[in-house]
Write a protein that binds this ligand. Structure first.
Ligand code: PRX
Length: 671
């Protein structure tokens, strides 16, 4: 099995798995799931009687009409909570106001200082505020002609208005398609065209490290490339000069000024589309992953409750103990932000913290300072960020009182044991359990993860499957592998948060996820399970690279490179990187008559950034006269990876068509 991701397996993790950290006593005392015995019992029940397990949990939320069947499964198509009618915006907001929590904080937002030395902007929105603003923006969308089923594109900075816009979409049944603010104009064009979206909500800009990210400008560029979009709504965040196109562009604040404060919720069928989120695959352009209303809602609600062990206000509006403050540092433009900044957290009646900027602005203790000032109790971030914190030094967290923290989480890529141990010691002060949550855009929510009051943790392992998740390690033929043997990570049963398809591409949906391993959902990851039943994820086994927790397809980066007029052919591989986990190395052959140069390398790197976004910028670009290919014409990425990582190739080259290419690659490397 080949792996493009950063492998945390091998001797290191074999040693680490014997080092187990039991949940601290205080974590278990008030936890929803208090022991492994309780986990095991519920886990068994959830697999044996999913209708009962999920039916009971779904009953904790509000439904306009109850479902008639919990699950209808015709592989690969699942319908959950069949016939049920609900609304996620209602479960995030209205329900809380009705319980008497109108004046309690639902969302705290902190912005970047807009000028050197300026103080931070902080906004606190109560459930009543958030409901009112959501209703107003829902009315704005309606007044612009948006109806149930129309896809609304959101390209926004991390401001409360992004949460308001997504909750407004959910309220009126208009699926949102959120595009991370780092993506380029071409990426926006591809996504709005693929989703058939005719409206974009954006901002004049967002603040990052003291600079303005000019979002509206990028939208304008995108709209020069497509004529599909009729309406643009612009939230004013930075006040920078922003040209507005008459008839197409509208200011958010002008539309909101006259919008009504109330807006009834659309009664959504459980299987009505809630949102589309684009993610990279191993071939072609990013695919629009579809998530529907009922299953996603129940799944993100329950994973938030158990995995972060959330304690909020009760149904009667009373809290039985301290109320958590949840901080997931992911941008809402990624699935982690969808599920664990907004949709899973608010129905638990726990306030969520939203931060606009970078972790090192104005200083490298920005996160620790925020945790201290807001008294954050649950902190969820990515291994790549933790590695950066380690590099910046222990003195930054040491300056702050982090005693409010009780649970730490990580997501997005395998965490190396050193980073795990550092996180536990310097941020968790050896008393916070760490939940290493394995999941994907496609899965909607956490799939394999510790439960903080129950699961003993080993650094680098995401431990055990969540309730209802039948995860297994299998061979290509679908045979379950013995303990410690590597194989493909699959799911053998449906779960409520699972994707329902890819926009406009049934065949790709079936082919990518349901055809590789007989009868199973294929994750694209390689993993092993140790004799204690804990999972150890190694990374992707397909042509997807995970750069600093962000997913990119090698094909996507290659086609960006090949779209440059001087490039003939390109091959992209992932290479290990201290901070990012994996970085991009590109091998490029130039068209006849073109000369390699350092300046051209820089130009190509910039070209990729322009085509996709800054996250796709190659770490290394190497010029070569041709690429190593098998006799059937397939690029031998394994050799390129080896070369980019170690500078030489030792592996088997017997199927290589032109051996001389290797020598040339080495020459170009040295030159
Ligand atoms: O390879 C796995 C890795 O990230 C992939 C999913 O990427 P994406 O859809 O962008 O979602 C990221 C956030 C949920 C997976 O196929 N991955 C995610 N979490 C972990 C992980 N690898 C190891 N350990 C994790 N905790």
């Amino acid at each position: 099995m080949s792996s493009t991701g950063q492998a945390t397996g091998g001797v290191d993790s074999l040693l680490q798995e014997h080092r187990q950290f039991a949940p601290p006593v205080e974590a278990a005392a008030r936890a929803h799931i208090k022991s492994m015995a309780e986990y095991e019992r519920l886990y068994r029940l959830s697999l044996e009687d999913p209708a009962r397990f999920w039916g009971e949990r779904a009953g904790e939320l509000h439904w306009f009409k109850k479902w008639t069947r919990v699950l209808e499964w015709n592989a690969p198509d699942a319908k959950w909570f069949v016939g049920g009618k609900t609304n996620l915006s209602y479960n995030c907001l209205d329900r809380q106001v009705q319980a008497g929590l109108g004046d309690q904080t639902a969302l705290i937002w902190e912005g970047e200082p807009v000028a050197p030395g300026a103080s931070y902007e902080i906004r606190r929105l109560t459930y009543r505020d958030l409901l009112r603003e959501t209703c107003r923006f829902a009315n704005v969308l309606k007044s612009l002609g948006v109806k149930k089923g129309d896809v609304v594109t959101l390209y926004m900075p991390m401001v409360p208005e992004l949460a308001i816009a997504m909750l407004a979409c959910a309220r009126i049944g208009a699926p949102h398609s959120i595009i991370f603010g780092g993506f380029s104009a071409s990426a926006i064009r591809d996504r709005v065209e693929d989703a058939g979206s005719r409206i974009i909500v954006t901002a004049d800009g967002g603040w990052r490290r003291g600079k303005v990210v000019p979002l509206k400008h990028t939208v304008d560029e995108a709209l020069n490339l497509t004529d599909k979009v009729r309406t643009v709504v612009v939230f004013q965040r930075t006040g920078q000069d922003t040209p507005m196109k008459s008839g197409r562009d509208h200011w958010w604040h002008e539309l909101m000024a006259t919008a009504r404060d109330t807006c009834p919720c659309e009664e959504m069928d459980s299987e009505d589309l809630l949102f589309i989120l684009y993610t990279s695959g191993s071939t072609g352009k990013p695919k629009g992953i579809m998530h529907t209303t009922g299953g996603y809602m129940v799944y993100t609600y329950l994973t938030s409750k158990y995995v972060f062990d959330l304690h909020g206000y009760g149904e009667n509006g009373q809290a039985t103990g301290p109320v958590d403050l949840h901080w997931c540092t992911a941008d809402i433009g990624w699935v982690t932000g969808h599920s664990y900044v907004i949709y899973g957290v608010l129905p638990n009646r726990v306030p969520t913290l939203l931060y606009e900027g970078a972790p090192n602005f104005p200083d490298q203790d920005r996160f620790w300072d925020m945790i201290q000032r807001h008294r954050v109790t649950i902190f969820y971030t990515a291994p790549t960020a933790i590695r950066a914190f380690m590099r910046w030094g222990d003195q930054w967290p040491a300056r702050h009182d982090l005693s409010s923290l009780r649970i730490l989480g990580t997501v997005g890529e395998p965490i190396n044991p050193e980073a795990w141990i550092w996180y536990r010691k310097h941020i968790g002060k050896d008393h916070c359990p760490i939940v290493d949550t394995w999941w994907q855009t496609e899965t909607g929510g956490h799939m394999i993860t510790p439960l903080p009051g129950a699961t003993p943790c080993s650094p680098g392992s995401c431990t055990r499957p969540f309730f209802g998740i039948d995860a297994a390690i299998v061979s290509k033929e679908g045979q379950e592998m013995p303990p410690n043997a590597g194989g493909f990570l699959v799911m053998r049963k449906p779960w409520p948060g699972m994707l329902r398809g890819i926009v406009g591409d049934r065949q790709r949906f079936v082919q990518t996820y349901w055809s590789q391993i007989p009868g199973c959902y294929f994750t694209g990851d390689g993993a092993r399970r140790d004799p204690n039943g804990n999972f150890w994820v190694m990374g992707r086994v397909d042509d997807v690279i995970n750069v600093a927790g962000h997913r990119l397809g090698t094909a996507e980066v290659e086609s960006a490179l090949v779209s440059h007029p001087r490039v003939a052919e390109a091959a992209v591989v992932g290479i290990p990187h201290d901070l990012k986990g994996t970085a991009i190395a590109a091998f490029v052959t130039l068209k006849a008559g073109q000369q390699p140069s350092e300046a051209l390398k820089e130009e190509l790197a910039k070209h990729v950034v322009k085509e996709i976004g800054a996250i796709a910028r190659p770490e290394q670009i190497r010029f070569t006269e041709s690429l190593p290919k098998t006799r059937s014409g397939k690029i031998m990425r394994r050799l390129l990876r080896e070369l980019a990582t170690s500078g030489s190739v030792k592996g088997d080259t017997t199927t290589l068509e032109d051996f001389s290419v290797l020598a040339k690659l080495r020459e170009s490397d040295e030159g």
